[in-house]
Design a protein around this ligand. Structure first.
Ligand SMILES: Cc1ncc(C[n+]2csc(CCOP(=O)(O)OP(=O)(O)O)c2C)c(N)n1
Ligand SMILES: [Mg+2]
Length: 371
């Protein structure tokens, strides 16, 4: 059973994501957002279900469809929108943009435009947690098409061999940019690939937020207990185009309309009403409050300045000694920013390999009678 508080939180966060994405879509149409922009509309149950089942200090990474994760982890909506607008008040001073959001304060480590780029980075972050003896788990989501990247194989192999504390989640929305995953995959039931790495796997209805929450809660506990990485397949559907420019010739209008019947927000709304855990008026009020947050986010981004011209070539790489002010402190003057301080005593030797992961050394036995 889920508490009414939990269900209402899930509803609020999915609604916040939906309203933010609608505003981003609108702003893109008005040319306030340039370049690429990928909306998460339809897939909200996955990010929200996952995040609610995690600890706030568990690192999270995803691809370029990345607005929702930081938003629901507590990032400042105005600063996220400003980043999309390319403004100086954005999380990365407008230099990351829609595909490269990053919010260290809330342990959101990107935002990657290279398909599958986050998969090996997540293995590295999980390795770091294990090496430092922390009990954090890293969660990394990526799309169905990303699971055909070479980095998938390399990372899964190492994650399994080293029993890394990582939860990989494939958000299977059936399509890459416009290619049906079944057309290009020897094994389109993606979770089955885990067997090749002796990795635990699970499948979940990614349009059902409570199912995602329950599944991830259980899987996260198993990973935190040291039982090794897990591969979760979340079956879902995106209601909008791949990005803001999508000719949409690869799927029918009927298919999209049919899938919209499974809207995760409407499903939870119906559940809350049926179980009399909230009234329609209460849910509408929650929705209105999220709309207001997103309207204010757009107003903040609109009113913000472009990055100064002299900054064109700065802040694109880490420069030793450069002052590093946490974004919310820089932009909002916040004094409550909790900034992680990673250890500095790095040893770059083979000792980094977790000791318990060593396989027994193979003993070479020459065959009798061999020449
Ligand atoms: C290495 C690489 N190859 C190709 C592209 C172009 N590209 C951008 S998104 C995309 C499809 C990815 O689809 P999927 O992984 O299913 O994620 P979804 O967009 O459905 O969330 C491709 C091929 C890229 N960005 N990076
Ligand atoms: Mg996809």
């Amino acid at each position: 059973m889920h508490s009414p508080e939990l269900l209402l939180t899930l509803f609020r966060k999915m609604t916040l994501s939906r309203r933010f994405e609608e505003k981003a879509g609108q702003a893109y149409g008005q040319k306030k957002i340039q370049g690429f922009c990928h909306l998460y509309i339809g897939q909200e149950a996955i990010a929200v279900g996952i995040n609610e089942a995690l600890r706030p200090d568990d690192p999270v990474l995803t691809g370029y469809r990345d607005h929702t994760h930081p938003l629901i982890r507590g990032a400042d909506a105005g600063m996220l929108m400003a980043e999309l607008f390319g403004k100086d008040t954005g999380y990365s001073k407008g230099k990351g943009g829609s595909m490269h959001l990053f919010d260290v304060e809330h342990h959101f480590y990107g935002g990657y435009g290279i398909v599958g780029g986050q998969i090996p980075i997540a293995a590295g972050m999980a390795f770091a947690s294990k090496y430092r003896g922390e009990d954090r788990i890293t969660v990394c989501s990526f799309g169905d098409a990303a699971s055909n990247q070479g980095a998938f194989h390399e990372s899964f192999n190492m994650a399994s061999k080293w029993k890394l504390p990582v939860l990989y989640v494939v958000e299977n929305n059936k399509y890459g940019m416009g290619t049906d995953i079944a057309r290009v995959s020897g094994e389109p039931e993606l979770h089955k690939r885990a067997a090749a790495y002796k990795m635990r796997s699970a499948v979940v209805d990614g349009m059902n937020v409570t199912e995602v929450y329950d599944t991830v809660k259980e899987l996260a506990a198993s990973i935190r207990a040291g039982e090794g990485p897990v591969f979760l397949e979340a079956l879902c559907y995106r209601f909008r185009g791949h990005s803001m420019s999508d000719a949409a010739t690869y799927r029918t209008k009927e298919e999209v309309e049919h899938e919209k019947q499974r809207d995760p927000i409407q499903t939870l709304r119906q559940q809350l009403l049926l179980q009399k855990l909230a009234t329609a008026e209460q849910l509408d009020a929650i929705d209105e409050a999220q709309k207001k947050i997103c309207e204010e986010a757009v107003a903040f981004a609109d009113a913000s300045a472009e990055p100064p011209l002299e900054d064109v070539y700065t802040h694109t790489e880490v420069v030793e000694g450069e002052v590093d002010v946490p974004p919310r402190a820089r932009v909002r003057g916040a004094t409550d920013v909790r900034w992680p301080t990673p250890p500095t005593d790095f040893k770059v030797t083979w000792d980094l390999e977790p000791k318990d992961a060593h396989a027994p050394a193979a003993v070479f036995q020459p065959r009798k009678g061999a020449a």
